[in-house]
Design a protein around this ligand. Structure first.
Ligand code: SAH
Ligand code: DHB
Ligand code: MG
Length: 218
């Protein structure tokens, strides 16, 4: 098994199961042309977030880490007309790309981009949210999880991206602040009686990684 196979299978799944969407495709091609990092969720994972938002009947969604708006558009496409998504982004250049992409995708009326460091913005945000997607700097995941608990209600769902990092997550002696952040987050979850959680390892166009799914119980 190799990256070539994982990429080819992701391409196959995308052709079969992910309806072409000109606005979403344009986010990826224009992000590449503009030199933005190619770290948006994969098309199958974007659709997965979209379906999760639908399963959840989400009306209020919070995202931490916008980049060019790819995952935000996927989730916003699951919102009812009066639904709202707030997405937090520290890089104003990324936020500018996202703004244009949200307009082209016809979801700008449902999505609010707030520009700043997420840890500065989160205290000003009021919940509860039905779905929270954590996908910014990995060192701060424990702090983002603490805020997410404050911004949740029983039944809220929290998804955290990039928790496997090619298996680096199992290195308890790691000095990588991303690995330390993910491990500390999992410790918080393990000691938090108000949630139930699991994680899935994934392979695909973005390599070997995974996500953690948390359901808030009370
Ligand atoms: N969710 C996006 C990808 C996000 S990439 C998608 O799948 O389409 C991570 C983003 O988090 C980057 O744009 C980066 O600038 C932003 N980011 C990093 N640190 C941050 C912080 N402290 N506060 C807010 N955003 C941050
Ligand atoms: C990185 C960040 C992401 O959110 C991701 O999905 C992949 C990679 C990164 O910072 O390297
Ligand atoms: Mg990510």
């Amino acid at each position: 098994m190799s990256q070539d196979t994982w990429t080819a299978v992701d391409d196959y799944l995308t052709r079969c199961l992910v309806q072409p969407d000109a606005a979403l495709d344009a986010v990826l091609t224009e992000s590449a042309a503009a030199g933005l990092p190619a770290i948006a969720v994969s098309p199958p994972l974007g659709k997965w977030l979209h379906l999760l938002a639908r399963i959840q009947n989400a009306r209020r969604i919070l995202e931490i880490g916008t980049l060019a708006g790819y995952s935000a558009i996927w989730m916003a496409r699951a919102l009812p007309p009066d639904g709202r998504l707030i997405t937090l982004e520290s890089e104003s250049a990324h936020a500018e790309h996202a703004r244009a992409n949200l307009v082209r995708a016809n979801v700008a009326d449902r999505v609010e981009i707030r520009v700043g460091l997420a840890l500065d913005l989160l205290p000003q945000i009021d919940g509860p949210f039905d779905l929270i997607f954590i996908d910014a700097d990995k060192a701060s995941i424990p702090d983002y999880f603490r805020h997410s608990m404050r911004l949740s209600r029983p039944g809220s769902v929290i998804v955290v991206d990039n928790v496997i990092r090619e298996g680096a997550v199992i290195d308890e002696a790691s000095h990588d602040e991303s690995v330390i952040g993910v491990r500390r987050f999992h410790e918080l979850v393990a000691n938090e009686p108000r949630v139930s959680a699991t994680a899935m390892q994934t392979v695909g166009v973005k390599g070997y990684d995974g996500f953690t799914l948390v359901v808030v119980l009370s």
